[in-house]
Design a protein around this ligand. Structure first.
Ligand SMILES: Nc1ncnc2c1ncn2[C@@H]1O[C@H](COP(=O)(O)OP(=O)(O)O)[C@@H](O)[C@H]1O
Ligand SMILES: [Mg+2]
Length: 340
């Protein structure tokens, strides 16, 4: 798979995810006691292939519950995959490298308030990572620089403030400063603006873009908002029920989508303001990772199946039995659909 869509970055993948699987085992909900409490397994990430090049911004988009956060956490080593491989800078990520990796790859979470200790000053929060990783240099100089790089200027003005004394957007900047202090090569940001006021979302996104341009950072931005993907990403990967179903250059995927699921997502975007959270956009059962349909996992909800087009093409049987793999249909634009 070619790493970049539009020539951003140098093309060498910095992060490669290969056939990654992450499962959670649990108990069936209501009534399970009566039926003997059968254990269930949620295949939250179910065979993901993805790569991010140096200096590239990739948006990972899909409805709530499709496995975006689990994939991000697995990449960060925060949840153990059942199988598959994660390679960083060409080398498999092993447990003993995790410490070094945790410095090079920083995660920014959705909720900046939860990510910051309310009893710690902003200075202490940003300095914490420096201390954990024993970064050499004068701590206050490094903290100042990180805050300024995150757009908090003059930085000294923020040193002694507590998280509740600054705005939500500024709190996310503090979190980003904490990441930047470690001079990362990559940031994995899980819905970095979805808890912020609409008015500051654009500023934080502009900051992330600027960091890529200034430091050559790679960014994987998880989002349920295709409008956001459009604004910042070089490439977009669309996830459905634990798998990437379409990936390619952002403009190509968003203006000429190939997967019926991506098409459906894009149809709801104008009314929904780009927000896919908490609403089912298609007919049929909402996706459930404990009961993944065989064949194409999207087929029970696929408009192409419902309209009869899949049958016309003689693809109904294949849709029900054979898992579609990503195929390159246009340059660097891949789709996992038997009908494409
Ligand atoms: N720690 C966990 N234990 C059990 N199930 C989980 C856990 N984390 C996520 N899941 C399940 O995995 C699926 C994917 O969740 P998640 O990765 O949070 O999706 P997204 O970030 O796309 O909304 C969901 O069905 C969710 O309920
Ligand atoms: Mg999530």
């Amino acid at each position: 798979m070619s790493a970049t869509g539009d020539g951003r970055g140098d093309g060498a993948p910095v992060l490669e995810v290969r056939d990654l699987h992450v499962s959670f085992s649990g108990r069936q909900g209501l009534g399970a006691g009566l039926l003997g409490r059968s254990a269930t397994t949620a295949r939250a990430v179910d065979g993901v292939d993805l790569e991010v090049a140096r200096g590239e911004i990739v948006a990972l988009a899909g409805e709530s519950g499709c496995g975006k956060t689990t994939l991000a956490r697995a990449i960060m080593g925060l949840v153990k995959p059942a199988s598959g491989e994660i390679r960083y800078a060409g080398r498999p990520l092993r447990h003993r490298d995790l410490r070094e990796f945790r410095r090079k790859v920083q995660m920014v979470f959705q909720d900046p308030t939860g990510a910051l200790n309310p009893r710690q000053t902003i200075y202490e929060s940003v300095a914490e990572g420096l201390r954990i990783h024993k970064v050499p240099g004068e701590e206050d100089v490094l903290v100042s620089k990180a805050l300024a790089d995150a757009g908090l200027r003059p930085p000294e003005r923020f040193f002694l403030l507590y998280p509740h004394e600054v705005s939500g957007g500024q709190r996310q900047r503090v979190v980003i400063a904490g990441a930047l202090a470690l001079e990362p090569e990559m940031i994995v940001a899980d819905e970095p603006v979805s808890n912020l006021d609409a008015s500051v979302r654009g500023e934080i996104l502009a900051l992330l873009l600027k960091l890529r341009d200034r430091f050559g950072l790679s960014l994987l931005i998880v989002t349920h908002d295709l409008g956001l993907a459009w604004t910042v990403a070089d490439r977009v990967a669309v996830m459905y029920l634990g798998r990437i179903v379409e990936v390619g250059p952002a403009e190509d995927v968003l203006t000429r989508p190939l997967h019926p699921y991506t098409k459906a997502l894009l149809q709801v975007v104008p009314e929904a303001g780009g927000d896919l959270s908490g609403r089912s956009i298609l007919a049929g059962e909402p996706p459930d990772p404990t009961r993944i349909p065989p064949g194409c996992r999207f087929h029970p909800r696929c408009p192409e199946v419902q309209s009869g087009r899949a049958a016309e093409l003689g693809m109904e049987e294949r849709n029900r039995t054979e898992v579609p793999l990503l195929r390159e249909i246009r340059p660097a634009h891949f789709v996992a659909c038997h009908l494409a």
